[in-house]
Design a protein around this ligand. Structure first.
Ligand code: SF4
Length: 325
């Protein structure tokens, strides 16, 4: 195992129990949101995590941040298994790993000034107060390309893109080494999305941040990620460098996702073939046997509905599909 790995997710399972009964609650089934997922992220690397809604990518992000307790498995961050440490130790480590969420407006308290919002983690963790706090907030606002004078304004006085910058400033307040960005731009206008992605890209480089960038938008993920992992119905189906995944996708699901990404050249766009998948992603309550993608896969084999495909390492390009076994 390489020694420059900051985050390692090992055999992660997250099941949400469904219970029935009024006085005595009885478990009747599990929603298998994440089912045996493993990957690592190197220091200073951005790993993109993509998949349709319902693929389990957000649940993976929340398990890493321990906003969900895991059902089974490990989340090793800087040598410490976050999934199993006591709450007190977790709280002490929280400044080192921070989330950036999708909806900047709902994550900013409208009754508080930007100074109090951005400075809150510094107060909570006892890192700064008084003039030191004010100075640090001003520095953070400058880092996200806002004016320090904006610190006394309230969230409703900002545009969507500016609010996301405030959210990013707050996430950076404790000087974290790892960010989990969950659909950080999908609530924003397309024109603003590129600005925020570029800001994250620049911050990642200047602060040597490690990032997990979760999104359903493969073109966005490709722009910012060093490697990309693809999830389908709770399983990781492919993981490779951004270029390898985009130029030589192995899994039929990845090929379908890439074929749906628009190409800016109208002539190429007009003539290329789209791979349309039949149906919707099935329920994680009762996932299909064998390969979970088999009911929608245009290349399925007889074995696909019976056996779960094993994860193959093809020179650093990982894929779980019977076509390669
Ligand atoms: Fe398709 Fe079979 Fe590969 Fe699954 S294992 S993606 S069904 S070919």
């Amino acid at each position: 195992m390489e020694n420059n790995i900051l985050v390692e997710v090992k055999n992660l399972y997250k099941y949400f129990p469904i219970t029935r009964g009024i006085l005595i609650q009885r478990k009747i089934a599990d929603i298998k949101a994440v089912d045996n997922v493993s990957f690592f992220i190197r220091r200073g690397e951005t790993l993109g995590l993509v998949g349709e809604s319902g693929s389990g990518k957000t649940t993976v992000g929340k398990c890493i941040l321990r906003l969900h307790d895991v059902t089974y498995g490990q989340v090793v961050f800087d040598g410490v298994d976050l999934a199993h440490i006591p709450r007190g130790q977790l709280r002490a480590m929280r400044p080192k790993f921070q989330p950036i969420f999708q909806d900047p407006y709902s994550s900013l308290d409208p009754r508080h000034t930007v100074e109090s919002i951005v400075g809150e983690p510094l107060v909570v963790h006892g890192i700064a107060k008084g003039k030191q706090l004010k100075d640090r907030v001003a520095e953070l606002l400058t880092m996200v390309e806002l004016e320090p004078e904006m610190a006394q304004r309230y969230p409703h006085m900002f545009s969507g893109g500016q609010r996301q910058r405030i959210g990013i400033a707050r996430s950076l307040a404790t000087n974290p080494s790892f960010l989990v960005c969950d659909e950080p731009v999908s609530a924003l206008d397309v024109s603003i999305q590129a600005q925020i992605v570029n800001l994250l890209d620049n911050l990642q480089e200047s602060m040597n941040l490690t990032m997990l960038f979760i999104s359903h938008d493969l073109s966005l993920v490709r722009h910012i990620s060093d490697r990309i992992a693809v999830m389908y119905l709770g399983k990781l189906v492919e993981l490779a460098s951004s270029n390898d995944l985009y130029n030589d996708p192995l899994h039929p699901y990845t090929r379908a996702l890439i074929s749906a990404v628009p190409i800016p050249d109208p002539a190429v766009e007009r003539n290329r073939k789209r791979m349309l998948l039949p149906g919707e992603i099935p329920s994680p309550l009762n996932p299909p046997a064998g390969c979970r993608f088999h009911p929608r896969c245009p290349e399925r084999l007889e074995i696909c509905s019976k056996d779960v495909p094993k994860y193959q390492d093809r020179s650093g390009h990982f894929v779980a599909c019977h076509l390669y076994q």
